[in-house]
Design a protein around this ligand. Structure first.
Ligand code: SF4
Length: 234
């Protein structure tokens, strides 16, 4: 492990500890992507008082479900699963068909709202802070991601301990500590979300280009995280 990566790890541990100790109860929104497996490993090693959850949209890859089982076994951590409300799905289907998510950004965001944003609200209710694996280098929508900021929409602090990490840092950590990861990464998937809306990257594309690839780069967020083009540091 290089001294640079060791320093990044220490910094991420400090951010995680601040969330756990000073902004309790802290919760980790774990998508089981590569970054989130690093965070799960760090949380587990430091035995932090952080609970973890994932959003099961009903559209995940089999590989992601299988990784959930492996992660639970490896870390012996409870990872709560939040699913969409029937009512939110009914509302979506009253206005749109599933096929329309590929034709209309409004339809696509309505699907993400029903399957992700509404369940996220439930998962964050009553918490003092939440933790994510966002990194600045992931995409044009994330270039200003801070390590800590106030999330006014949900009324709690949001921590992004890997904000300054590169993709190489993430993968060096995974290799060094033999962290389990989604096998889809080995097939060229950088960021993994719902199966219908995720594809492998083509050479030269940014890390989020495989998500909602039919849309323009500045709309490729699902509503869980605002665009960080111009977010002010706290
Ligand atoms: S990523 Fe695609 S399938 Fe998943 S919630 Fe968003 S639009 Fe729906």
């Amino acid at each position: 492990m290089t001294p640079e990566l060791a320093a990044r790890i220490e910094s991420a541990r400090a951010v995680l500890a601040e969330a756990a100790n000073d902004f309790a109860p802290a919760v980790f929104a774990c998508s089981l992507g590569a970054e989130d497996m690093v965070l799960l490993d760090l949380i587990s090693r430091d035995r932090l008082a952080v609970s973890s959850f994932m959003l099961d949209t009903g559209r995940l890859h089999d590989e992601t479900r299988e990784l959930l089982a492996r992660a639970r076994k490896r870390y012996r951590l409870a990872i709560d699963v939040y699913q969409p409300d029937d009512e939110a799905l009914r509302d979506f289907h009253q206005s749109w068909t599933d096929a329309q998510i590929f034709e209309s950004v409004t339809a696509r965001k309505a699907c993400c709202n029903a399957r992700k944003v509404v369940p996220l609200r439930r998962a964050l209710s009553g918490r003092g802070s939440w933790i994510t694996g966002l990194r600045r280098a992931q995409s044009p929508t994330r270039t200003m991601v801070p390590e800590k900021s106030w999330d006014g929409e949900h009324g709690l602090f949001k921590f992004n301990p890997l904000a300054a990490w590169s993709s190489d840092d993430v993968w060096a950590y995974i290799r060094a500590r033999e962290v389990p990861y989604n096998p889809l990464h080995d097939q060229g998937y950088a960021s993994i979300g719902c199966a219908p809306c995720t594809r492998a990257l083509k050479p030269g594309e940014d890390e989020r280009a495989g998500r909602w690839w039919w849309e323009s780069a500045d709309s490729r967020e699902c509503g869980l995280h605002p665009g960080y083009f111009d977010a002010k540091r706290p």
